[in-house]
Design a protein around this ligand. Structure first.
Ligand code: IVH
Length: 680
């Protein structure tokens, strides 16, 4: 090439680069004007033309590609699986209120906690019925998006989220506006009602199954390994809060929302602030009327203390912030025919009558079963087989029968009687005086055993990936396990020989079981399945005791002395440890290699203030367990490496975080070194 040509081509390239930059900037700006300000500058056709031109140039010049380009909206190459990531700050859930007095009580609780008698200033927001996500922006660029997951860790869905047109890929820069180094912004992804109907019609026409409701459609669309599919779904988003925000201050939630809006994040225009608690109640009524005219589903209103300082003073519980509450809308009701009553046996042997209904659509969800709770409930409501009944569904709660439509009775309906023997194992059943529940007295009953194992393996407990309900049923039916302790002695050959199990899945399952052996005390207690000991109580107990022996040695009074533990819970814990077979199973867990990690055990080796970043797959624990242990020792787990990071823990196949750690000369340690630091 001659000199002249070279100069010419460089000039062309820089022209092209400039052109691409211009197109990208213009598309970003039009997006912002369209979705956030609701004030477009150009027609849709003009926008499409610019987008097509940019796609054309990028395809012809792959060297000009950029992850922030608006063309990222069309999706990228499919993933093999979703990575998981720890949220810097847990994504909590909300306490629910169902009537005005619940909300008044919330307001009084807030005032009592703050020792304030004046009116509190709140912000009231529609509660979007969609899927919660967290988006991380570093130096203004969207780098990671994840689902809420279990609140502590979520799945990385960055390429999928990038396909949502109203998600800014870059934070909007404005001269008078500071750009945070790191911003974690949270919002709800959803699908509008009309778009949902259209999507479902297309699916039915194509011979695919329809989604039950817009929320399921949104969740299903976000969890696609192929982001091109996500790109084809009409997903929307409203932002409503933040996780960690570096180097930016704001005094109120409302101020934060305004700031988010200026940065380019779409905020629901129906949010009201400042508002007193009485005004919030009036607004709730207004919103209950308005909800049917909205183009998307909302399932209630969220009331948040507006002042950030007061929010911090109030703090959070393990489940939810003390400064916010969801005021849920009335349940949706429908009538249908009760065709049959089946009796199910639960984890603690309780027999639960379940109504099989003629399928009916209740507020967008097809309902074919409803719980009847117990014998008394059926008698009180005089529910008979063949009755036409009114059923209701409230949010995620299992549908229930409200009452019988007596005018529809023909006389042919049949009364229900509770069986005298367990429908699964045939053992006698027992109903304790004063209790509503009827129980199968055989603790070896296979139905109970199955449910106990399912609970043991569930997310909040041992979290054994790959141990689904069907597999548990097989293991019990074939006599391969007779308690959850047996899970830890299963071998590869036995598992691989089961139905629907290949060698690979058997190996994965063995790995999952193996890595679950080391477990925090709270999860261990929850996994045991003690009646009335849910995740919350398990955390309370784990905070109090430094060994299992100490806990087992306690009396009911000792437990009642713990704040948050009532007499029923206390009795239940004592009763559980009194039973020999429970102690035997616990001993077998330890014999099979299970190790509990106690808070105090890790505290002795204080990691106070140390910041960790985890990358790659760990062997003896899940990342979530590692996070729990680090936090219990006073450390922090962040999901990105910066100069503030003290240690990067690298497991198998570490990602780009390892490279970044090396660049920034952050100390990299392996799992064994982490355990040493934790002192366990
Ligand atoms: S604030 C710490 N605001 O409701 C509290 N949540 O039940 C964070 N949601 O997981 C939540 N609309 O997915 C908040 N305006 C809103 C919301 C909202 C919907 C969802 C969110 C959260 C769930 C909690």
């Amino acid at each position: 090439m001659q000199d002249g040509d070279e100069i010419m081509s460089t000039a062309c390239e820089s022209n092209l680069k400039e052109k691409v930059e211009k197109l990208r900037n213009a598309l970003h700006r039009h997006n912002y004007r369209y979705y956030v300000l609701d004030d477009p500058e150009v027609s849709d056709a003009e926008y499409d033309r610019m987008m097509q031109e940019l796609i054309r140039i990028e395809e012809a010049h792959p060297e000009l590609a950029s992850p922030d380009s608006p063309t990222a909206r069309v999706g990228a190459a499919p993933l093999e699986k979703f990575e998981t990531i720890a949220h810097t700050i847990p994504m909590l859930s909300l306490d629910n209120g169902f009537n005005d007095s619940d909300i008044i009580e919330f307001d009084q609780r807030v005032k009592r906690n703050l020792k304030i008698s004046d009116d509190i200033s709140y912000t009231a927001e529609p509660k979007m019925d969609g899927v919660a996500v967290e988006l991380v922006y570093e130096n203004g660029r969207l780098t990671t998006a994840s689902t809420r997951g279990d609140g502590v860790t979520g799945e990385v869905i960055t390429t999928n989220v990038k396909t949502i047109t109203m998600v800014p890929l870059l934070i909007q820069r404005q001269r008078t506006l500071h750009l945070p180094r790191r911003l974690e912004v949270r919002g709800e992804v959803f699908i509008g009602i009309a778009e949902f109907k259209k999507l479902n019609q297309e699916r039915i026409d194509a011979g695919l199954s329809a989604f039950a409701n817009p929320r399921n459609a949104a969740a299903g669309s976000l969890r696609q390994l192929d982001s091109k599919i996500t790109a084809s779904r009409p997903l929307e988003i409203f932002f409503y809060g933040v996780g960690q925000v570096e180097d930016t201050v704001f005094e109120s939630h409302w101020e934060l929302l305004q700031l988010l809006k200026r940065w380019g994040f779409r905020i629901n225009p129906l949010i009201r602030s400042p508002i007193t608690i009485q005004e919030a109640l009036a607004y709730y009524r207004e919103l209950s009327q308005k909800r049917h005219q909205l183009s998307y589903d909302i399932d209630g209103m969220v009331i948040k203390v507006d002042s950030i300082q007061l929010q911090q003073q109030l703090g959070v519980t393990t489940r939810s912030p003390r400064w916010a509450i969801a005021y849920k809308f009335q349940a949706v009701q429908e009538t249908t025919v009760l065709e049959k009553i089946e009796v199910q046996v639960g984890r603690t042997g309780v027999l639960t009558p379940v109504a099989h209904l003629k399928p009916v659509n209740v507020g967008g969800v097809t309902v074919s079963r409803a719980t009847l709770h117990n014998e008394d409930e059926i008698e009180k409501k005089d529910i008979r087989i063949g009755d036409t009944v009114l059923i209701q569904r409230a949010g995620d709660v299992i549908p229930e029968v409200v009452n019988v439509i007596m005018s529809k009775r023909s006389g042919a309906e049949k009364k229900f009687t509770m069986p005298q023997a367990c429908p699964v194992c045939g053992s006698p059943v027992n109903r304790i005086k004063g209790e509503a529940a009827t129980r199968c007295i055989n603790s070896a009953c296979s139905a109970q055993l199955k449910e106990r194992i399912k609970h043991f393996a569930s997310k909040g407990a041992y979290d054994i990936d790959g141990l689904g309900d069907k597999l548990v049923d097989q293991l019990v039916d074939k006599g391969l396990v007779s308690s959850f302790a047996d899970l830890f002695s299963l071998d590869l050959e036995t598992l691989a020989a089961l139905e629907r199990m290949g060698k690979k899945s058997a190996e994965n399952l063995i790995d999952a079981i193996e890595s679950g052996k080391r477990i925090s005390f709270a999860r261990f207690l929850y996994a045991l399945g003690i009646r009335h000991v849910g995740e919350h109580v398990a955390v309370l107990l784990a905070d109090q005791f430094t060994s299992l022996e100490q806990l087992i040695g306690c009396t009911s009074e000792d437990f009642r002395a713990i704040e948050g533990v009532g007499p029923v819970v206390a009795e239940s814990i004592v009763g559980f440890f009194k039973q020999k077979q429970n102690l035997t199973i616990i001993r077998r867990l330890f014999d099979n290699g299970v190790k509990i990690v106690f808070k105090t055990q890790v505290k002795t080796n204080s990691l106070d203030g140390k910041v960790f970043v985890l990358t790659g797959t760990l062997q003896s624990m899940t990342r979530r367990q590692a996070k729990e242990m680090i936090e219990a020792a006073g450390g922090k787990v962040s999901n990105s490496v910066s100069r503030n990071t003290d240690y990067v823990v690298a497991g198998e196949s570490p990602g780009s975080k390892l490279t970044k750690a090396q660049e920034l000369e952050v100390q990299v340690i392996d799992e064994a070194a982490l355990l040493e630091l934790l002192g366990s």
